[in-house]
Design a protein around this ligand. Structure first.
Ligand SMILES: [Zn+2]
Length: 312
């Protein structure tokens, strides 16, 4: 699944909203403490748990998931949470964010920032939003969720600050790892923002997948849809956007070892651009014992001196 291309106008609008908040907080150093953001925006945060009924007994009649009205009559939050497998929720009339307590804490930060995004984006204001596990990860089919995720990234990575720091060194995994620590965000979300916002005009692509080695694939592995996410930098989308995820994955599988963690491999690969001209990319894959993260960075046009495998 490829990252959603938000329009220029939308990006400018959301950047402006987030910049206002960051300005209101003063020039903060990373990592951002979301508590100060909630204080500034007068947002309240609560948790719900499917095993704790107090909050779940509240009734709601207006609830939308990814912009669609899903409840036609007053419904117990408990039933909505269960039937829609919600993972987080924003109640605009109460200025209240609710997070699923049963999720691993490492996911709370992104989920909370995502809900703050709904609060910040003016055209989301009239919606009661519930987020399923599916839409809450940093991609989703619906534009509105992509917008909230974009805002979440701008908040958690302090607006332009991230790109300014990220583009001061050459792009590789060590840099992404350092930025992940510095900004206090997961490797996956850092890699994602890195490709989208710190590309500095260079074609780059990131993939989030299961372990690429054939002996390490999970039973449910779907060869026709091998990537959880495929994130393209705008210059990559423009020139290499027709590259298929299955082809990228099989090229990655070609150089990755079967190690259970750490760097799985690194390789120079040739990708054809829109005109059929070959270009050299540096690919590197890292396994965090849960999912494999791959970063591919454009190096230079490829001069054919020896036979190489070219795919598109
Ligand atoms: Zn959402």
């Amino acid at each position: 699944m490829k990252n959603v291309n938000l329009g220029h106008r939308t990006i400018v609008d959301i950047d402006g909203q987030v910049a206002k908040v960051l300005k209101g907080l003063g020039n903060l150093e990373p990592p951002l403490d979301l508590r100060v953001v909630r204080e500034l925006l007068k947002l309240d945060r609560g948790y719900y748990s499917t095993t704790d009924d107090r909050l779940l007994r509240e009734t709601f009649s207006r609830m939308k998931v990814a912009g669609k009205q899903v409840l036609l009559r007053p419904t117990l939050l408990r039933d909505a949470v269960r039937s829609l497998s919600l993972k987080a929720l924003y109640l605009p009339d109460q200025k209240r964010i609710l997070l699923d307590k049963n999720l691993p804490p490492i996911k709370h930060r992104w989920n909370e920032a995502h809900e703050i995004g709904h609060d910040l984006i003016p055209w989301h204001a009239d919606m009661m939003l519930g987020d399923t596990e599916h839409t809450l990860t940093p991609v989703c089919h619906e534009l509105i969720e992509a917008e909230a995720n974009y805002a979440a990234g701008r908040i958690l990575f302090l607006g332009d600050r991230f790109a300014a720091e990220a583009t001061s060194s050459s792009p590789n995994f060590d840099l992404v790892r350092g930025l992940s620590k510095r900004f206090g965000n997961t490797m996956t979300s850092t890699l994602w923002r890195f490709v989208e916002q710190a590309h500095a005009g260079r074609p780059m692509v990131a993939l989030v997948t299961g372990h690429p080695h054939p002996t390490r694939r999970k039973p449910g592995f779907d060869p026709s849809n091998p990537c959880r996410y495929c994130v393209e930098s705008p210059p990559f989308r423009e020139r290499f956007g027709m590259t298929r995820e299955v082809d990228l994955f099989s090229a990655i599988a070609g150089y990755c070892g079967a190690q259970g963690g750490g760097v799985l491999g690194q390789c120079e690969l040739v990708l054809s651009d829109l005109n059929g001209d070959p270009h050299l990319f540096d690919f590197e894959t890292f396994f965090n014992s849960h999912e494999a993260l791959t970063l591919g960075v454009w190096l230079k046009p490829h001069v054919r001196t020896a036979p190489v495998s070219i795919f598109r």
